[in-house]
Unconditional design. Structure first.
Length: 499
């Protein structure tokens, strides 16, 4: 934690709020039968409805409504007995109709909460994040700005792809999150991570932030203790867990600098720069926004019955927090260790590896050791690394068969991360072969003992730990391709020493 951030916390109290947009993984769009598949040639998954053609009529996607109810139930929300859609009117090129079908003052799910856990020096701490609403709407199209480093500022022209227009989009809005103090950035990150895991467990979305199926708007304000809440800013479309944390921290520092200088905070949207970690001004929101909401005349209200809600409640899976508690018992690890796995983004990767056949201890070792180190060096999420559960299963199989050592396995991971091919290809290309025959190892041991005759005397005199230097010499001589445990056993046998 930086000195600069510490100074902010001693002077100001942060208030954060998070608006998370989740694209549902339905086969078709929210109000038409066009494919909701990600990608595709631009403007091929479109029809008169999602292009806003005159006379076209929307029809609600039942699966999207069911998914939203399940999301609300999992977030401990009340499901309202009656709600309806509204038209949110505004002009922007990515909205074919010049309005968005959304929900305004009558959302489907209200007043929920999600508990999140953050690791602290005094152990895990639980924060309850209250949910104000979960509502349905349709996504917009996608603008591609040519020039200007992908942003509209400085672009020479823009292209629009309407494939995404009309995809079911669910917005989860928190109430102001108070009392986070120094942990505000970590709480924001933990909340989005927990929400992502919950949606994944429900199977309603792939929640791939890199593809835009989960996007987060980060609201931050500062106030001095005892003063009224400060003016908030809204950093738009933050698209990674790490960036959510950085956006909160950066905005807190920026606002504090201006408040200390006697300047006022402008209520505005801001953009987060992934490369620098800075935020830049977007659009002022100081004037009241009037989207001219009015009820959508082409869609009937939604009135879910109690029977339907209870039927959907019965489809809810084991929620992530309960699952983590069960896994913690199964694996025999502490609260701190489990929270460390969650914070590192390693839990699901470990579970996937175990499901692929890797032993739990081995899966934890690789994901929280070597691979976490690489992710930190590359400033990316663990899940972004080009290593998967089947790779680890194959590597562990080679280690168990005596064909790879742990050191050689690290070389295989290096090859995988550098895109050198499959596990077997990397083993072959890098010449990773364990020196395993006794004759070669005994010869190497003899050479090492000849170079250090005093070590043999120490070992035979009872200082078994001195064997480590001979084992190290043999490993060096074989370029790390010997089995260290076997070298040690052969060394002690050669010297007639038993432990």
């Amino acid at each position: 934690m930086t000195t600069e951030y510490n100074a902010v916390i001693t002077e100001f109290d942060p208030i954060i709020g998070l608006e998370t947009h989740i694209e549902l993984g339905t086969k078709s769009k929210m109000f038409c039968s066009c494919s909701a598949q990600f990608g595709g040639e631009p403007n091929t998954f479109v029809c008169p409805v999602c292009l806003g053609m005159p006379g076209s009529m929307p029809v609600v996607n039942r699966v999207a409504v069911e998914s939203t109810i399940r999301m609300g139930l999992a977030l401990n929300c009340s499901i309202v007995p009656w709600c309806r859609f509204a038209r949110k009117n505004y002009f922007y090129p990515d909205m074919p109709k010049n309005y968005q079908i959304s929900q305004y003052d009558e959302p489907l799910c209200i007043n929920g909460y999600l508990d999140v856990t953050v690791a602290t020096e005094n152990g895990p701490q639980v924060f309850r994040v209250e949910i104000e609403r979960v509502h349905m709407e349709e996504d917009t199209g996608k603008l591609l700005h040519a020039g200007g480093a992908g942003r509209i500022h400085g672009a020479t022209h823009s292209l629009v792809d309407y494939n995404r227009a009309g995809i079911p989009l669910i917005e989860v809005v928190t109430k102001p999150i108070l009392g986070t103090g120094v942990l505000a950035p970590e709480v924001a990150k933990a909340y989005v991570a927990e929400l992502r895991d919950l949606m994944r467990a429900l199977g309603v979305s792939d929640v791939r932030m890199e593809e835009g199926s989960l996007r987060c708007d980060v609201n931050v304000s500062l106030s001095r203790p005892g003063e009224e809440w400060g003016t908030r800013t809204e950093t738009k479309n933050v698209n990674s867990l790490r960036s959510v944390e950085r956006a909160v921290r950066t905005e807190m520092i920026r606002q504090a600098d201006r408040l200390r200088a006697g300047e006022r905070i402008i209520q505005e949207t801001r953009h987060f720069n992934e490369e620098t970690g800075d935020t830049t001004s977007g659009r002022s929101k100081e004037q009241a926004e009037d989207y001219r909401y009015f009820p959508e005349p082409d869609l009937v209200p939604i009135a879910p019955s109690e029977a339907w809600i209870e039927e959907l409640r019965g489809t809810l899976p084991e929620i992530p927090s309960v699952r983590r508690a069960r896994l913690q018992i199964d694996w025999g690890i502490s609260d701190f260790d489990m929270q460390s796995l969650v914070n590192a983004g390693a839990l699901e990767l470990i579970v996937a590896s175990i499901d692929a056949g890797v032993q739990p201890a081995a899966a934890r070792k690789w994901w929280t050791g070597e691979l976490t180190r690489v992710a930190n060096e590359r400033h990316c999420e663990l899940g972004d690394l080009t290593v998967n559960a089947s790779d680890i299963f194959e590597i562990e199989g080679l280690i168990s068969a005596g064909d790879l050592t742990d050191k050689m396995a690290r070389s295989v991971f290096e090859g995988l991360l550098d895109g050198e091919g499959s596990v077997s290809q990397i083993v072959s290309q890098r010449g990773l072969v364990v020196v395993n025959d006794d004759a070669s190892l005994i010869a190497a041991i003899a050479t090492a003992l000849a170079d250090s005759p005093d070590i043999a005397e120490k070992i035979q005199g009872g200082k078994i730990a001195a064997a480590g230097s001979i084992v190290g010499a043999v490993m060096k001589a074989t370029q790390g391709q010997a089995d260290a445990a076997k070298v040690r056993t052969l060394l002690l046998e050669q010297l007639g020493v038993t432990e």
